[in-house]
Design a protein around this ligand. Structure first.
Ligand code: NAD
Length: 265
């Protein structure tokens, strides 16, 4: 095993990897030597720039598929194309997700449907299509991107919390089914991570409440996070790299909190 590139020859698919956590995890897997299938929305030129940069910097093959996570047929094609391109599929990270904040009585029905489709059902479609390949190989690592909201709730996030709790159930059920095939299925449950999505909320919230950016971070965003510090990309990457390694082979069906103590309360 190459110590620098322990995942050399492995093939990884990360949904929603054109931004934020997914992109950081794709980069971590590439730097460990895995070939990567990127997926997600965004400007085509920017995505192509990401793809060529990862290829160049990590000397692995990086491809992109534009499957929309609300479309089961497109997700099935994403998984099939990943296997076709690399001849295997070792690591699947259903990560794509969106958020909408609203009281239950005003929650737009189309937002509920989109959140359930992207944050929950897309993971089902990825796993359903990936497991046969993983069974044939006798090896697979499925790592669902859940959230602290897979374990506890917050108000005004009914669809997100419901979808992430659903993802917890999916994770555990799949883990029991695949346990004797060299495959594991786990979920990472991060607290707040300073992704572009979260970052964009700081300025407007500070303005709306008449407080500083720092106060928004510690008193609003990180109110529930005891460390009062965002979870870092490198910390999520470290957990993912452990889960996909041989050392992670007995971790199965676990909801792995990485939230600064949020869900200990
Ligand atoms: P982000 O907005 O930076 O990234 C989301 C990714 O999903 C993007 O690549 C986007 O293009 C993709 N995506 C959205 N809708 C899609 C669709 N219909 N089809 C295909 N791709 C689509 O957000 P993020 O913060 O990096 O979130 C990534 C995951 O991490 C989500 O599942 C989110 O729930 C979870 N998470 C985030 C935090 C946080 O604090 N940021 C905390 C816990 C869990």
């Amino acid at each position: 095993m190459d110590r620098q590139q322990p995942l050399l020859g492995r093939a990884a698919l990360i949904t929603g990897s054109t931004s934020g956590i997914g992109l950081a995890l794709a980069e971590a897997l590439a730097s460990a030597g895995a070939n990567i299938m990127l997926n997600g929305l965004g400007d085509r030129d920017e995505i192509e720039h990401i793809r060529t940069r990862l290829t160049r910097e990590h000397r692995v093959t990086v491809l992109y598929h534009d499957a929309d996570m609300t479309q089961p047929d497109e997700i099935a094609d994403l998984v099939a194309q990943t296997h076709k391109a690399f001849g295997r599929l070792d690591i699947a990270v259903p990560n794509a997700g969106i958020q909408h904040v609203s009281s239950i009585e005003d929650f737009p029905v189309e937002k509920w449907d989109a959140i359930l489709a992207i944050n929950l059902s897309s993971a089902f479609h990825v796993i359903r299509a990936a497991v046969p390949f993983m069974k044939d190989q006798g090896f697979g690592r499925i790592v669902n991107m859940a959230s602290a909201h897979a374990l506890v709730a917050s108000p005004f996030k009914s669809a997100y919390v419901a979808a992430k709790h659903g993802l917890a159930g999916l994770t555990k059920s799949v883990a029991l089914e695949i346990a004797q095939h060299g495959i594991t299925c786990n979920a990472i449950c991060p607290g707040y991570v300073k992704t572009p999505l979260v970052e964009a909320q700081i300025g407007p919230t500070a303005k709306a409440r008449g407080i500083t950016d720092e106060a928004v971070i510690s008193e609003v965003l990180l109110a529930v996070q005891p460390t009062k510090a965002f979870v870092q990309y490198e910390q999520l990457a470290g957990l993912l790299l452990y889960l996909v390694s041989d050392a992670g082979a007995s971790v199965n069906g676990a909801m792995l909190s990485i939230d600064g103590g949020w869900t200990a309360q």
